[in-house]
Design a protein around this ligand. Sequence first.
Ligand code: F6P
Length: 512
Amino acid sequence: MNDQLLKIHQKLLAKAEMLKKTSINDLFGRDPERAERFFLSIDNSLAYDFSRERIDQEAIDLLLELYHYQECPNKLDDLFSGKHVNYSENRPSLHTLLRDVFDKNISDSLSEKRNLVANELKKIKAFTEAFRGGKILGINGKPLKEILVIGIGGSYLGNKLLYESLEDSLNNFKLSFLTEPNDKEFESVTSDLDLEETLVIVISKSFTTKETLLIGNRIREKLQNAFGEDAVKHHFVGISSNTAGLDAFGIAKDRQFYFWDWVGGRYSIWSSVGLPISLVLGYEAIEGFLEGGSALDNNIQSTGPISALPVIHALIGFWNHHYLDMNSHLVLTYPKEIKSIVEYNQQLVMESNGKALPESSPYKSSVQIIWGGPGVESQHSFYQALHQSNLRSSIEFVSSVAESDFSFFNFSNLAAQLQTLTDGNELTEDRKIIGDKAHTLILLSQISPFNLGAYLALQEHSTYIKSLLLGINAFDQFGVETGKVIADNFLKDKKVNVSEKFRHLEFFKKNN
Ligand code: F6P
């Protein structure tokens, strides 16, 4: 570590030692404006309250020094302008471009790519209108109404989150998912579908993911057995960056949607991967979602770091992890329909930043464990440990209120938890809750496509900034790929060939 970096790091360590001994209520006492100042919002849609984090302005200023020392502003520009920020694979990571197609007059080095994106959006819009207008017909001439999505990881989690969050009971269209090969799930999901009216959407960036292809092949077989060879043409859509893979599977050309190798799988919900949401909720949902993401891009590009939400979010996350020693990050959602934010963040953060640190790094680990769940249910599960144990986790509440009794119930519970975590109580020793547990609150004005877009883009930029502060590449995933290759070898040989060390793998098989 060079001298300047060492100096900043040491100042941060010293500051952390002081703040570890300072309660959140003391921080409020010292700075009566704190609630106002440690709060940021954008477009009346997303608000970020970090006033109950264990941090003060001096610590934020030191973190900003680190941010500038690591040249984060330039590296953010590199992301937006298509430089090869995914340096191990020598390509850009241009998910931001997917939501930057509204101003058609921009002419820059990204114009060609922007046109590709705009073209896919046009295709999505046209297909959505035809589908929702009952004009996409199955092999027997019936309009397709049910949708089965097959995909995993980034080819699944975004659609799942958006569908669960935004679906409403008045919807005419049903969406179900298959992710990992599982006999029980396959039977239960497919037996609920009327295959004659089902559109199967296979999503895979690589179109080589075995999980996805195995399920895709099985459902293709089922459809062909029921309706003949031609069923594939009528009942399948494919979304991929691998055109040859789509062709080989038999997906008709006019049912193919594309994205590109410069869009990472876990950043791909902004691409044609979002087609299922457009079909079920209407094209406006996708447009709103992209606009929400774009609003966050504008926020980080046009606001100074001190008031850019993703910058402050990243710096506080970094502070909690590396200086206050919080090795996990808990995400709690009120209301329940946005609960899959936890899984989404798990992939986004842990697949992006779960990397080996540079040898010279002063930090112990590159990524916090992301965990969590729906707030009220979690209150009856692991909250006890939050309140009375010495568990070390940073906490992020994500919430929104609607006007209903149930919603008010959830909101009251959220408020009660925030108060207990901050103030504790003064009861007898075994009932006593110390409180003083730092946390963040992110409020969405409502659960809408725009706001979810803004929230996910906030998490993406925050993750990227943390990777820059650590000196790691947020955009490759060689760890996951190694597992895929080894499993492929076993599949090829139809045999799990392992060394003596793993002899118990087949324990029950041998005993039978
Ligand atoms: O989990 C690794 C990964 O490569 C993810 O990044 C990706 O979202 C997922 O597998 C699925 O890959 P694909 O979209 O190529 O099927």
